[in-house]
Design a protein around this ligand. Structure first.
Ligand SMILES: Nc1ncnc2c1ncn2[C@@H]1O[C@H](COP(=O)(O)OP(=O)(O)OP(=O)(O)O)[C@@H](O)[C@H]1O
Length: 312
């Protein structure tokens, strides 16, 4: 399978303000994302997510290391062919209409369609913007602007989408629509790299995700793996009599927290007591597992030092 994004030992230091030391935002990050993969990049505020994204789209130069998109160094304009990008706070010209924004996207990428208006309206409709296709962006809500920026990224039929916090500013219905569109894009073979704070969205969309903290990637794994590593399971049953280790809930239901290596004993006990098994699941949500992971991740030597580095 071909590599869509390759990041090799990237470092980035921002020069400090007057008398302030330089800040090392990325401390030697390496990643490889396959073509067709959906990769979520998560981490707390200030972890370095946007810095890496800006390097990938050619808006920032790394202090050291290299990155490429479909084999082209990100410093080459050719690397951005077929790249749809939405930054964290998209700044769109507010005197334009959504239709004009999408048309501009097609022009910037040198794309021509026999019926451009129909093509743009298709994407505006997908993002629930058809009714305001020709209205000026001035006065649009944050969610409407975000949806316009996403439609602008998708209208070029990108081979790669890089989205910085794509779901921020959207209400629950808007989030669901966008998640469905991204799902469809991914099922059709598109490659997606996105950052998020919202673990539920990462769980829903991503094939794999990377956790970044203080400029370092702590782990890269599939959403299920984080939960699978957890040793405790919640087992729920329904039955009339008590079972050792199980505590009663309401309506004849019972629940126990069971260690993974003791699951079969617990199931045998339920069978002997003629209980019906209702549910076995990880005792933690992905969110809880993620925060526990962040807390347990051993601090590296770089994290023990103050965030100071020579400026680039
Ligand atoms: N232009 C800049 N000048 C100086 N420092 C910067 C600059 N941009 C980012 N930083 C610093 O670099 C570090 C990483 O910031 P970055 O914006 O990449 O993090 P992030 O993970 O995207 O955070 P958030 O989730 O809040 O958007 C932070 O400590 C931030 O203060």
């Amino acid at each position: 399978m071909s590599v869509a994004i390759a990041v090799d030992a990237i470092r980035k230091s921002y020069a400090g303000a007057w008398r302030k030391p330089a800040r090392e935002a990325l401390k030697g990050i390496s990643l490889s994302i396959a073509a067709g993969e959906t990769f979520g990049f998560i981490g707390p505020n200030g972890a370095g997510k946007s810095t890496l994204i800006k390097i990938l789209v050619g808006a920032l130069r790394p202090s050291a290391g290299s990155a490429s998109i479909f084999g082209r160094d990100v410093r080459e304009p050719e690397a951005r062919r077929g790249l749809g990008f939405v930054p964290e706070n998209p700044s769109l010209q507010d005197f334009l209409s959504p239709y004009e924004v999408l048309l501009m996207g097609l022009r910037l990428h040198g794309l021509r369609f026999s019926d451009e208006r129909k093509h743009c309206l298709h994407w505006l409709e997908r993002f629930d913007l058809a009714a305001v296709a020709d209205s000026r962006l001035r006065g649009f809500s944050k969610g409407m602007l975000q949806r316009t920026a996403l439609a602008h990224a998708l209208v070029i039929q990108p081979r790669l989408l890089i989205l910085d916090e794509p779901l921020s500013g959207l209400d629950p219905a808007g989030r669901k629509d966008v998640v469905d569109i991204l799902d469809e894009y991914s099922r059709q073979g598109g490659t997606l790299f996105f950052s998020s704070h919202v673990l539920h969205d990462v769980e829903r969309i991503a094939d794999r995700f990377g956790v970044i903290r203080k400029g370092e990637v702590l782990t890269v794994q599939a959403p299920g793996e984080l939960l699978h590593a957890e040793q405790t399971l919640t087992v729920r049953s329904s039955g009339s009599g008590p079972v050792p280790g199980f505590i009663p809930e309401t309506n004849g239901r019972w629940r126990a927290e069971v260690r993974r290596d003791q699951l079969w004993q617990a199931l045998d006990a339920l069978r002997s007591a003629q209980h019906t098994l209702l549910e076995i699941r990880s005792a933690l949500t992905l969110e809880e597992a993620f925060f526990r992971y962040l807390e347990l991740a051993p601090p590296s030597s770089a994290n023990d030092e103050p965030d100071v580095a020579p400026s680039s």
